[in-house]
Write a protein that binds this ligand. Structure first.
Ligand SMILES: NC(=O)c1ccc[n+]([C@@H]2O[C@H](COP(=O)([O-])OP(=O)(O)OC[C@H]3O[C@@H](n4cnc5c(N)ncnc54)[C@H](OP(=O)(O)O)[C@@H]3O)[C@@H](O)[C@H]2O)c1
Length: 291
C-alpha cells in the first residue's frame, strides 16, 4: 500500500496532523461530520466540536444544517483561515446554472466567502448519465476563490474518469464510504495515484465499529475505545475522517487518536474485517438516485 502518512507536525491551534491537497493547502486528517445532525442540534454540536479542538467540519446542502453550522463557526470567533470547511452541491442542483446558485446559497448560509466543495453523488441514472454535469460550476467557484479546493463524493473510478475527461482543473479530493468492513482500497489507491486526497465517510460504519469484537479487543489491549482504534487505522491508511457524534465526551475521545499507535499485527487483524460490498452501510453510487 502506498498511502501518504500524515505529517505529525502539530500547529499552535490544533494538534491534528494534516495532509496536503494538490492545491498546496493543508487538510486536517480528522474532522467533525454533521450528517443527521438536525438543524436544532447543529449549532450546539459544531460549537462543542470547535471547543474540543476540531478544525475541520464536513457538511452538505442535503443535510439541511448549513445555516446552523455557519452560525456556530461565526460565533466561535475562530479565524476562518484556521478552519477547513467542506460542503456539497445538492443532488437536485447538478444543472450548471443551479450548481452555481447552489454554491452561492451554501456560502451565504455558511456565512463565509469560500469553502472546499464536493459534488455529492454522481447520479449516473439521472441527468442523462452526465456525471460531470456540475463540474464546470465547481471550476468557476475555484477560479473565483469561492472554493479553495474542489472534489467529488461517491464517484467510482469510471465516474472520476468522466470528470477528468472534461476537466480543466482535475478533482482535488474524493470522499467515499470507507471503514474496516468496506475499506474501498481500490478506490483509495486510485485516488492517491491521481494525487487526490482520500476522505472516508462513515469511518465508524455508522456506529457498527463501536461494538465489533475485534476492534473492542484491540481497544482493550491499548486502553482506548474501539472508535479510537478504528479512526487510527483509517488515518494510518491515508484516509481523512470526520466521525459524527452529538456527545461532547465522544467528541473528545474521537479526536484523541494520536496518543497511541497500532502494531502491524493489530492493523492486520483490522484489515481482516473487510467484507467487501457486504460491508457497505450506505447507497451504492451506481444506483443512488435520490434528488
Ligand atoms: N458524502 C457522503 O455521501 C456522506 C455520507 C455519509 C456521511 N458523510 C459524512 O461523514 C460523516 C461521518 O459519517 P456518519 O455520520 O454517517 O457515521 P459515523 O461517523 O461512522 O458514525 C456515527 C455514529 O457513530 C456514533 N458514534 C460516534 N462516535 C462514537 C463513539 N466514540 N462511541 C460510540 N458511538 C459513537 C454516533 O452516535 P452518537 O451521535 O450518539 O455519538 C453515530 O450514531 C457524516 O457526519 C458526514 O459528514 C458523507
Amino acid at each position: 500500500m502506498n498511502a501518504p502518512f500524515p505529517s505529525d507536525a502539530a500547529t499552535a491551534s490544533s494538534p491534528i496532523p494534516t495532509l496536503t491537497l494538490p492545491t498546496g493547502a493543508p487538510i486536517p486528517v480528522l474532522g467533525f461530520g454533521t450528517y443527521k445532525v438536525a438543524p436544532e442540534d447543529a449549532y450546539d454540536a459544531v460549537s462543542r466540536a470547535l471547543e474540543v479542538g476540531y478544525r475541520h467540519i464536513d457538511t452538505a446542502q442535503m443535510y439541511g444544517n448549513e445555516a446552523e453550522v455557519g452560525a456556530a463557526l461565526e460565533a466561535s470567533g475562530i479565524e476562518r483561515e484556521q478552519i477547513f470547511l467542506t460542503t456539497k452541491v445538492d443532488n437536485s442542483n447538478h444543472a450548471p446554472e443551479r450548481a452555481a446558485a447552489s454554491i452561492a446559497r451554501s456560502l451565504e448560509d455558511l456565512r463565509t466567502d469560500y469553502v472546499d466543495l464536493l459534488v455529492h453523488w454522481p447520479l449516473p441514472t439521472l441527468y442523462g448519465g452526465d456525471v460531470a454535469l456540475p463540474w464546470p460550476a465547481l471550476e468557476d467557484a475555484f477560479a473565483a476563490g469561492n472554493a479553495r479546493a474542489i472534489g467529488l463524493s461517491n464517484y467510482e473510478r469510471d465516474h472520476i474518469e468522466a470528470v477528468r475527461s472534461i476537466a480543466s482543473v482535475p478533482p482535488h479530493a474524493l470522499q467515499v464510504e470507507a471503514h474496516p468492513f468496506l475499506p474501498n482500497e481500490a478506490l483509495r489507491s486510485y485516488a492517491h495515484k491521481l494525487g487526490m486526497v482520500f476522505e472516508a465517510w462513515s469511518p465508524l460504519a455508522r456506529g457498527r465499529a463501536i461494538t465489533d469484537p475485534t476492534l473492542v479487543a484491540i481497544g482493550d489491549e491499548l486502553g482506548v475505545s474501539a472508535a479510537q482504534v478504528t479512526l487510527r487505522w483509517a488515518i494510518d491508511r491515508g484516509h481523512v475522517v470526520f466521525p459524527k457524534t452529538l456527545s461532547p465526551a465522544r467528541m473528545a475521545t474521537n479526536i484523541d487518536t494520536f496518543s497511541f499507535s497500532l502494531s502491524p499485527d493489530q492493523r492486520a487483524r483490522i484489515d481482516a474485517l473487510d467484507e467487501g460490498e457486504a460491508g457497505r452501510t450506505g447507497s451504492h453510487p451506481a444506483t443512488m438516485n435520490r434528488l
